[in-house]
Design a protein around this ligand. Structure first.
Ligand code: MRU
Length: 382
């Protein structure tokens, strides 16, 4: 089960039946520390503290933490023969896991699908605790497998779209934001998956990644993945994006991920995405959102309805790093902001659909006619 990706690709989620480990992304890029997740409380804490982050990875770790927890309880006889006892535990755990982070819809989508499977499993006459838990575990495991394949399809569709749009000139540079790679998914990645695909085809000249303040997913995680994959890459800080586009005409696309895509295509993603879309429009280049179809929320009509998570002030007032203690790296934070300053720290912003050129999913590429909005409902029912 753990070999979801090629040997050269980073892995943030290691799973075998009954055993789940997550890569502690707070320790990257300095240290590679895997933590064991045994319970839904462990899964919830890993997501809330951002040891696991990225919309698809959040959903998968939540689902698998419950798979491991429920399997252990089942093996210990906690549910007896009672299908309804197993159902009650699974359903209350999903509700609890949903409280970890609010913006990425993938978690809510996964919880709704898993809940439907639980209800169905418990409703058959022959249902036992064992059968209910087993069907839950199978469904959660399938999410891990499906996500890698979805990402590979996103990579292919996105690379095709860009090459067709700008011409196959082997000279395509791109800018990306936040982290959307193997660390944010079950493997391969969404926006970063497209960059991997362009690179593998020989069409990528250079990848630029933003630092992504305040949490530095770009400089800590995306830069780490790009170096790991030997993709030619350069780090810029968020405020350099417009200058980069002005000076470097080979940058022909900005590619980002998504935490929630509304029915009209408005997209919530890491804070700073909106300003990148504005600068892409000003410079006349593609602005591409890459996400699995599980990031599309047809129940949310427009971006105005998306709940934006606000994170603690210290993520903005401090920078994280390491100090060496007795020859070992120890994570630490250093305050950079003036004492007593007020802080606003929204973790995401919403990019209006009119600034988005295309939304790339595993099912294909959603585009719109000039002056029109996306119709994600029609797109999903192609
Ligand atoms: O706060 P994070 O690190 O969970 O935010 C992650 C992002 O915004 C990603 O761009 C998004 O989840 C897509 S990950 C494939």
């Amino acid at each position: 089960m753990t070999d979801q990706t090629s040997a050269t690709t980073l892995e943030a989620i290691k799973y075998t039946p009954g055993h789940l480990q997550i890569l502690d992304q707070l320790a990257l890029p300095h240290e590679t520390i895997f933590e064991t997740v045994k319970t839904v409380q462990d899964g919830h804490a890993a997501i809330k503290t951002m040891k696991t982050r990225g919309a698809p990875a959040i959903a998968i770790v939540a689902a698998l933490s419950l798979a491991v927890d429920a399997s252990t309880r089942q093996a210990q006889g906690e549910f007896g023969d009672s299908a309804s006892a197993a159902l009650t535990f699974l359903e209350s755990s999903l509700e609890y896991l949903k409280t970890s982070r609010p913006t990425a819809v993938n978690l809510f989508d996964a919880a709704a699908k898993l809940s439907a499977i639980n209800q169905q499993a418990a409703s058959v006459d022959s249902a036992t605790a064992a059968s209910v838990v087993q069907l839950y575990v199978q469904a959660a495991e399938q999410m891990l497998v499906d996500d890698v394949q979805d990402n590979k399809n996103i990579g292919k569709h996105g690379a095709d779209f860009i090459v067709n749009h700008v011409g196959n000139n082997k000279n395509i540079s791109v800018l990306t934001h936040c982290n959307t790679g193997s660390l944010a998914t079950a493997g391969w990645g969404t926006a970063l998956g497209i960059i991997r695909d362009l690179h593998a085809r020989g069409d990528l000249k250079h990848a630029y990644c933003t630092e992504t303040r305040p949490y530095n997913q770009g400089s800590r995680l995306t830069a780490y993945e790009l170096v790991y994959e030997n993709i030619p890459a350069t780090l810029v800080c968020d405020s350099m994006a417009s200058a980069l586009l002005k000076q470097n005409p080979s940058v022909q696309a900005i590619i980002v991920g998504a935490d929630r895509v509304a029915a009209n295509g408005d997209t919530a993603n890491k804070i700073g995405t909106y300003q990148l879309a504005i600068t892409a429009k000003h410079h006349g280049i593609l602005f591409i959102v890459a996400a699995p179809s599980t990031s599309i929320d047809l129940n949310t009509k427009t971006g105005q309805d998306i709940v934006i998570e606000e994170r603690p002030a210290d993520e903005l007032t401090h920078v994280a790093g390491i100090v060496m203690k007795d020859g070992k790296p120890v994570p630490t934070t250093v305050r950079t902001a003036a004492q007593q300053i007020g802080v606003w720290n929204p973790s995401f912003d919403v990019t209006p659909s009119e600034l988005i050129s295309a939304i790339v999913t595993e099912k294909g590429v959603a585009i719109k006619s000039p002056g029109q909005q996306f119709d994600m409902k029609s797109f999903l029912h192609l």
